[in-house]
Write a protein that binds this ligand. Structure first.
Ligand code: HEM
Ligand SMILES: *[C@@H]1O[C@H](CO)[C@@H](O)[C@H](O)[C@H]1NC(C)=O
Length: 332
């Protein structure tokens, strides 16, 4: 009898074992099937709203891709970027990298409200950002990848994190690489992800220094092709016109391709942070050349690096929350 009992207990424990293993395996991790049962239409809904927004305005693909980056580099990919100021929250939207620059927040609102109708309180704003970044890449002709999901949303923001962690366009190579390494990203990720600048725009204010007084000696940046620089000066004067917009990749500004890297080889990168990938480090120079030569290699690495960036310290399981409105933390 006792023997039969212990046999049954062992059998029972064995039956539970896979469950324990399973919880261990998935706890804290993201996986693409996260919403397959709880919200099977989630990915389709995100894609259709993004497609509509990009059809209205092609630049929106670039703006949405950038939001995922600016989210992930501050407290991890937790949609902290999307919070407006209120109560004790000081919005990251006011930081130096974001102010008068980060955009696309209304599209996030539109996606969120469509998802709340379909499956309330289920899909996080952080996952929406990751999916919208992938869809934006695909819609403009770039590579696709399966997006690991299951991120939850923060209940706070970090203005100082936003100011400190996101590299500036006039930063030195080592400073930029260090900021990537602090996020667990390496030089390969830095070069591949900078390839995002194959789409989208920059304001005059973000690269003016290169046109007039790069190192404080009154001379322009000599690693900027001279006639291209002269052309840029016509709409980016010494002072004023800060908000004038310029294509980051003037050859194919709305197409996700490797022309960004070809531009760098011609010394026609727009930002200083772009051009120094060619001029300041032997390893990144080699990568720029490879990606300029081989679009397929760039696409493969870009997809890998986007997944890596999307895995930066997510909130999972019971940490964080699923915001009802991406701009506000939930009230209970
Ligand atoms: C390597 C360091 C980086 C620096 C210094 C940098 C800096 C900038 C700057 C200054 C702009 C123009 C902003 C403006 O003038 O309003 C910009 C635009 C953009 N950035 Fe970056 N960036 C970096 C990396 C990245 C990464 C990793 C991604 C995405 C994975 C990204 C995606 C974009 C996109 C798509 C735009 C165009 C946005 C639009 O048109 O709305 N950037 N970046
Ligand atoms: C260039 O910048 C330096 C240092 O900021 C400044 O002292 C100098 O006056 C500037 N020169 C010109 C021509 O603007």
């Amino acid at each position: 009898m006792a023997k039969a009992m212990s046999f049954l207990i062992i059998l029972f424990l064995l039956a539970l074992a896979p469950l324990c293993l399973c919880l261990k395996t998935y706890g804290g991790y993201l996986y693409p099937q996260f919403y397959d049962h709880s919200c099977p239409k989630a990915q389709e809904i995100v894609k259709s709203v993004v497609a509509k927004a990009v059809a209205r305005e092609p630049r929106m693909a670039a703006s949405l891709l950038r939001l995922h980056f600016h989210d992930c580099f501050v407290k991890g990919c937790d949609a902290s970027l999307l919070l407006d100021s209120s109560g004790s929250i000081i919005s990251e939207k006011m930081s130096l990298p974001n102010r008068n620059s980060a955009r696309g927040f209304e599209v996030l609102d539109e996606i969120k409200s469509a998802l709340e109708k379909e499956c309330p309180a289920t899909v996080s704003c952080a996952d929406i950002l990751a999916l919208a970044a992938r869809d934006s890449t695909v819609l403009t002709g770039g590579p696709t990848w399966e997006v690991p999901l299951g991120r939850r949303d923060s209940r706070g923001a970090s203005l100082s994190g936003s100011n400190n962690n996101i590299p500036a366009p006039n930063s030195k190579f080592q400073t930029i690489l260090t900021k990537f390494k602090l996020q667990g990203l390496d030089i390969v990720d830095l070069v591949a992800l900078s390839g995002s600048h194959t789409i989208g725009n920059s304001r005059c204010a973000s690269f003016r220094q290169r046109l007039y007084n790069q190192t404080g000696n009154g001379l322009p940046d000599l690693t900027l092709e001279q006639s291209y620089a002269a052309h840029l000066r016509t709409r980016c004067p010494r002072s004023g016109e800060d908000q004038n917009l310029f294509f980051l990749d003037f050859v194919s500004p709305t197409k996700f391709d490797n022309f960004y890297f070809k531009d760098l080889l011609a010394y026609e990168g727009l930002l200083s942070s772009d051009q120094i990938l060619l001029t300041q480090n032997a390893q990144s120079m080699e990568l720029v050349k490879q990606y300029a030569e081989n679009n397929e290699l760039f696409f493969q690495q870009f997809a890998k690096s986007m997944i890596k960036m999307g895995n930066i310290s997510p909130l999972t399981d019971t940490r964080g929350e699923i915001r009802k409105n991406c701009r506000k933390i939930n009230t209970y």
